[in-house]
Design a protein around this ligand. Structure first.
Ligand SMILES: Cc1cc2nc3c(=O)[nH]c(=O)nc-3n(C[C@H](O)[C@H](O)[C@H](O)COP(=O)(O)O)c2cc1C
Length: 160
């Protein structure tokens, strides 16, 4: 038996990120906590994404993304991009990374990535991404997943 799986899972430390995606014509962005570095050379990040997200279609088609690091005071941005709403990117300032993926200007830092390959992971897919560029944009401490409470509504997803 796994006791209280959603609280237990929050003890695995994650940051909170906005993943910017583009298929060349359309752009979108979504909040993700399941992001980690998985290699030094090449420099690889793994992003676990629900294939039912609209963003997944764009990621799959475009093969590029940015990982934008949110700061401790950017909970409301995590909340905003954690919703599936129309014109989600409006009202924020964006730059374009060299891959063509959108960079969130107010983030602490960004990584500009190209998808290397995918792996299946239960109800998610893992996009293993090569980091081609990146920079720190603002000083600050990162927002942590366990500071977001039940913002992702994950409590209802565990079938144990
Ligand atoms: C704090 C937080 C963390 C999240 N982490 C992930 C994640 O790691 N992977 C994922 O696929 N969705 C994650 N989500 C859910 C997506 O952000 C959410 O379903 C979003 O609406 C998807 O956007 P889209 O439908 O516009 O693509 C998270 C949401 C929140 C609030």
């Amino acid at each position: 038996m796994i006791e209280n799986p959603s609280e237990l899972a929050k003890l695995i430390s994650h940051g909170v990120y906005v993943i910017g995606v583009s298929d060349g014509a359309r752009q979108n962005a979504f909040t993700a906590a399941w992001v980690m570095q998985v290699s030094f050379d090449p420099f690889l990040l793994a992003i676990s994404i629900n294939p039912e997200h609209y963003s997944y279609q764009l990621l799959k088609a475009g093969g590029i993304c940015t990982v934008n690091v949110l700061g401790r005071d950017q909970y409301s941005i995590a909340e905003h991009f954690g919703r599936s709403i129309k014109d989600k990117m409006a009202g924020f300032d964006w730059r374009t990374a060299s891959t063509g993926a959108p960079v969130l200007s107010c983030g602490l830092a960004y990584f500009d990535c190209r998808v290397s390959h995918y792996a299946d992971a239960g109800d998610h897919r893992i996009a293993v991404c090569e980091v081609l560029a990146g920079a720190t944009l603002h000083a600050g401490q990162p927002l942590l997943y366990n500071q977001t409470g039940d913002l992702d509504g994950s409590g209802e997803f565990y079938k144990t």
